[in-house]
Design a protein around this ligand. Structure first.
Ligand code: IPM
Ligand code: MG
Length: 354
């Protein structure tokens, strides 16, 4: 298992350090795990003047999987856009062809009170959001800021999806639904956008190959509302890049803390980049208070999807469950009566319960 480790910025290095402890414990059990580090985001800019340095690209291309912390920091906000940390993230996704972004939103029974919704609305919640990750308005050309003949300035982007891009992510969605409750909701804005009308047409066509899956369609504004009204109606949500960006942040809050949610970004051959759904949280960086569980759970996803080791994935997930049952909580999921711990202590506890 050749894994590229990209700690990134902000809390990235501290949360990744905890996930690496988990990997090292697994290595102690006999797994052949090889770790190599590189820079991404602001760390890449600082080290090599590039948020996605060539050395990082080379390592990522040569690895089976990538473990990423997070990117971004206030000090980079004024850089020209190509040099900003987020560009490193977008380029590694595009460069590795990671078109299928899996963002599970599930509620742990131990954390049901941490949700901002009533416990009965979220208890038992288990949604898988599949976000297309290398197309849409994120990458469409042309884009830019231009000056019209009358002197008025204008910003513009292009939303577009090709048929092959929609087909391949739809297949991933149906395959995931087959292993779950066999329900998939495709989210679009087909009442307004041509791109979405086309998306829906192709998804309906791909669905013919999966007659056992119950496919539904929902406009994105309604989906945003349904997610907070009755989130348990969803099983798999399939959507494009920008709608998925927004809905996955919304869904994360149903679970109590974005600090609990892992993600996987896969190519066509299950090579993947694994990262927590949350950002680099520069305000709490270096204080040893960040929640490392999303990153640790990302390692579980790595074992499941890239290395086809469901057994190890479940072992890591069970270890996380156990520390929650023991009452250990980082600040973001803390409630009275629990034991507040920092990032390192949380990582140690997961390793112990492994
Ligand atoms: C995410 C983030 C990124 C995105 C940013 C940091 C570029 O919000 O992974 O959801 O928009 O995809
Ligand atoms: Mg986002």
């Amino acid at each position: 298992m050749k894994i590229a480790v990209l700690p990134g910025d902000g809390i990235g290095p501290e949360i990744v350090a905890q996930a690496v402890k988990v990997l090292e414990a697994l290595r102690g059990d006999g797994l052949k795990i090889e770790l190599e580090y590189a820079h991404l985001g602001g760390a890449g800019y600082d080290a090599a003047g590039d948020p996605f340095p060539p050395a990082t690209e080379k390592l990522a291309l040569a690895s089976d999987a990538v473990l990423l912390g997070a990117v971004g920091g206030y000090q980079y906000d004024t850089l020209p856009r190509p040099l900003r940390p987020e560009q490193g993230l977008l380029r590694i996704r595009k460069g590795l062809g990671l078109f299928a972004n899996l963002r599970p939103a599930m509620v742990y029974p131990e954390l049901v009170n941490a949700s901002s919704l009533k416990p009965e609305l979220v208890s038992g919640l288990d949604i898988m959001i599949l976000r297309e990750l290398t197309g849409d308005i994120y990458f469409g050309q042309p884009r830019g800021i231009r000056t019209l003949d009358n002197g008025e300035r204008q910003g513009f982007d292009t939303m577009l999806y090709s048929e092959s891009e929609i087909r391949r992510v739809a297949h991933v969605g149906f395959q995931i639904a087959l292993k779950r409750n066999k329900k998939m909701c495709s989210v679009d804005k087909a009442n307004v956008l041509d791109t979405s009308m086309f998306w829906r047409e192709i998804v309906i066509d791909v669905a013919k190959e999966y007659p056992v899956i119950e496919l539904s369609h929902m406009y994105v504004d309604n989906a945003a509302m349904q997610l907070v009204r009755a989130p348990k109606q969803f099983d798999v949500i399939l959507t494009g890049n920008i709608f998925g960006d927004i809905l996955s942040d919304e869904a994360s809050m149903l679970t109590g803390s974005i600090g609990m949610l892992p993600s996987a970004s896969l190519d066509a051959h299950n090579k993947g980049l694994y990262e927590p759904c949350h950002g680099s949280a520069p305000d709490i960086a270096g204080k040893d208070i960040a929640n490392p569980l999303a990153t640790i759970l990302s390692v579980a996803m790595m074992m499941r999807y890239t290395f086809a080791r469901e057994d190890i994935a479940q072992r890591i997930e069970a270890a996380v469950r156990k520390v929650l049952q023991q009452g250990l909580r980082t600040g973001d999921i803390y409630e009275a009566g629990m034991q507040k711990v920092g990032c390192t202590a949380m990582g140690d506890a997961v390793v112990n319960s492994l």
